[in-house]
Design a protein. Structure first.
Lengths: 572, 150
């Protein structure tokens, strides 16, 4: 490594060197002879063209904006460095998985919604949990009052999960669970359900988010200090690599980083930096990178600046493949492939004139498909107000079906490749991401950069800058700061009745009354010993505890006692 | 009123705001933007951090002698959690701190919140200038009450 600095510093130099520095004479001629006279004669006012990452966009891109090695940077679909997609035939072989994030109210409500979506053509399940579940408080905790089932489905014990998946054959679907701090507990519950259905753990597939770094960065749902969560996730990683080979145990997520206010470049850089951390964690745990890296998947946001999003996704694949090969010594193609889920941006949707959100979501979903996503959630038009109504979620699913089956964008692989603008922007975003990796490396790594609040402050600054631009009208949100209507017509939104809380509390009371108390105590005692011993793997003990119907909060309280809590650094 | 304070210091000091998310809710984008916006508008801003209980929010507000508690929730629990803050204020006889709210609050919930004395209740897309103006007005009202009680 040059200058005694690390891998990322030398990669940054390499990437910077390849970006062309000057334009060719043809362009200068065109600008003088054709563009400038035209702008003069049409009284064209200079307008700022800048994307979310503060990258200035020129009026025209040509081959002179691309480096000499552009062909090698692209490669072919299904081949290193995977810029053009991870599969050779992409959507010609199989469309992306249409996976709608669902969960609200009681487990019964959610079970019915999942079956509704399956009956309308959904191809994968995705569960949203409510706030108490995400923070591992049971429904009967005083803090949970008023929050049960509001942001997702409530789960306090295995009994709730049994109801959510009632009548759904886990050998026929894959399930994604958006849960992080208590991810290992919910995963243990899912495995317990599979066992109850008579399935071997080796045969089931799915994803648990379990990306705890981005919780400290953006979503802010943690229970313990970072090191404690990281240790539990490591245990899940080791356990699943051995026992549940089709389980994706970390979905490294940029979605929340973006929703918290970051730019596209920041989303990309911080997410991949988190990903590198997990690779290093797996290697440190003694796992073979070619064996575990294929189980790491990603989750990106598709926001409203169309080409910026597409370029971000293409750059993501290339950076990941390069790092896995050059830094982490991966040899298998599968380990270098960045596979990802996408959700369209909730932040870009307006409270005002909610039906126009359908249009925004369609563009964002299209960008995700042109960016090569493996699965997609399209937001519903009522996203800014509440969890989606049945009508709204159907429109969102239909939007995907139109992209897949009517527009023809799936007819050929990576149709935008070779576009001067898209390739230049992909290269530029890649360079900007390397700049962050270099900076993070110089700060002692991503965990340090998160613990000292650097990453969070970077995001908060970008978020405030954007808000001020909206305030000044320099950035447009149709219906909110331009084309505003004086009267807003209300739409019907989903409301979670108070009874959901009562039903959940009653179910939990029944569970506690009928379970074997000694079995629960025994399981929790063994779990505590495992948590206190970093050389023990906690996963088998978590499975034992959930099967004994120990509750989510009881299990997490063992960790609270062993590890303590966490206060975030000052961000503002 | 605590010793060492006087009316002139109340008059001179800028509006003092406590931003708080008193429920189980990690959506802090809005509250962090408002913290900077209020500060840029010349207010003194405190942020209660994540997951404070309603009791903790009120304790901080009283100890720091703030003019306004600005509450934000995007988890749909405003009718329960904002209400608990308002109820606790009443129980403790605190009437010189104004309560304002914001977040994903459906139109139909606003009258109930107003009746509890929680005003504003702004949703996504509200211009910062409108929120700032409202908080300044409520702060001035609370300040007037504080001076009357001296």
């Amino acid at each position: 490594m040059e200058d005694g600095k690390g891998f990322w510093h030398s990669k940054l130099n390499e990437v910077q060197k390849r970006m062309p520095s000057s334009e060719n004479e043809d362009i200068e001629r065109w600008r003088k002879q054709t563009l400038e006279p035209w702008e003069k004669s049409t009284n064209c006012e200079p307008v700022e063209h800048v994307n979310s990452s503060s990258i200035e966009i020129k009026e025209l891109y040509t081959e002179s904006d691309l480096p000499h090695g552009q062909k090698e940077l692209l490669g072919y679909p299904g081949e290193y460095p995977f810029t053009r997609g991870v599969y050779p035939n992409m959507y010609r072989g199989k469309p992306w998985t249409m996976r709608m994030f669902s969960g609200f109210g009681t487990p019964e409500d959610t079970n019915a919604r999942l079956k509704y979506l399956i009956s309308h053509g959904e191809t994968g399940l995705s569960i949203a949990f409510d706030m108490p579940t995400l923070y591992a408080y049971d429904c009967d905790n005083k803090r949970s009052d008023g929050e049960i089932g509001k942001c997702g489905v409530n789960v306090s014990s295995l009994k709730d999960m049994e109801v959510i998946f009632d009548g759904i054959d886990l050998s026929k679907v894959t399930t994604s669970m958006t849960i992080n701090a208590p991810a290992a507990v919910l995963t243990a519950m899912y495995f317990a359900i599979a066992k109850k259905q008579g399935l071997s753990l080796a045969s089931i597939g799915g994803t648990v988010q379990a990306d705890i770094l981005k919780e400290y960065i953006a979503q802010k749902e943690w229970i313990y200090p970072p090191e404690a969560h990281i240790r539990i996730i490591r245990d899940m990683m080791v356990y699943c690599t051995e026992n549940v080979p089709k389980w994706n145990y970390i979905s490294i997520s940029g979605y929340h980083i973006r929703e918290a206010g970051s730019s596209a470049v920041q989303e990309l850089a911080f997410t991949l930096a988190d990903g590198f951390y997990y690779v290093e964690m797996g290697k440190a745990a003694g796992l073979d990178v070619d064996k575990f890296a294929p189980r790491l998947s990603f989750f990106f946001n598709s926001s409203i600046n169309f080409f910026e999003e597409i370029a971000k996704m293409r750059a993501a694949r290339r950076i990941w493949a390069t790092a896995l090969k050059e830094k982490y010594g991966a040899r298998s193609k599968r380990a270098m492939m960045l596979r990802f889920h996408t959700q369209t941006s909730g932040y870009t949707l307006t409270w005002q004139q909610p039906h126009i959100n359908i249009i925004r979501t369609a563009f964002e979903g299209l960008a995700a498909v042109l960016g090569g996503t493996q699965s997609l959630h399209t937001n519903s038009y009522d996203e800014a107000m509440a969890l989606p109504s049945e009508e709204a979620v159907k429109v969102a699913l239909r939007t995907q079906q139109i992209i897949a089956e009517e527009t023809g964008v799936t007819d050929t692989v990576d149709p935008l490749a070779g576009s001067y603008y898209v390739e230049w922007l992909t290269n530029k975003i890649e360079e900007e991401a390397y700049r962050y990796f270099d900076k993070i490396e110089s700060m002692g790594g991503i965990l340090e950069a998160v613990k000292n609040g650097y990453i969070q402050r970077e995001i908060a600054s970008t978020s405030y800058r954007r808000q001020k631009r909206i305030e000044e009208g320099r950035e447009v949100m149709v219906g909110a700061n331009k084309y505003v209507e004086a009267e807003e017509k209300p739409i019907s939104i989903l409301r979670i009745p108070r009874e959901a809380q009562e039903i959940q509390i009653k179910r939990l009371r029944d569970v506690k009354a009928t379970r074997d108390r000694d079995r629960v105590e025994g399981a929790l005692g063994r779990l505590r010993k495992a948590m206190e011993n970093p050389d023990e793997n906690v996963m088998p003990y978590l499975i034992e505890a959930v099967e004994a119907y120990a509750t989510l909060e009881e299990i997490s309280n063992v960790g609270r006692e062993v590890y303590g809590g966490w206060k975030e650094p000052i961000i503002i | 009123m605590a010793a060492g304070k006087n009316q002139s210091s109340y008059k001179q000091r800028p509006p003092k705001i406590l931003l708080a998310k008193p429920g189980i809710d990690g959506h802090d984008r809005g509250v962090l933007v408002l913290a900077r916006a209020f500060r840029d508008a010349g207010m003194e801003v405190l942020y209660a951090g994540l997951l404070p209980t309603p009791e903790e929010v009120i304790d901080t507000a009283v100890n720091e002698d703030v003019d306004v508690i600005a509450m934000s929730l995007l988890n749909g629990a405003h009718l329960t959690v904002f209400k608990r803050v308002a109820d606790l204020m009443k129980e403790r006889g605190i009437d010189d701190i104004a309560l304002v709210g914001g977040g994903t609050i459906p139109e139909e919930d606003k009258p109930a919140l107003e009746a509890m004395g929680i005003t504003g209740n702004y949703g996504p897309g509200t211009p910062l200038s409108i929120i700032i103006e409202h908080v300044q007005r409520r702060s001035a009202e609370a300040r007037k009450k504080k001076m009357e009680q001296d």
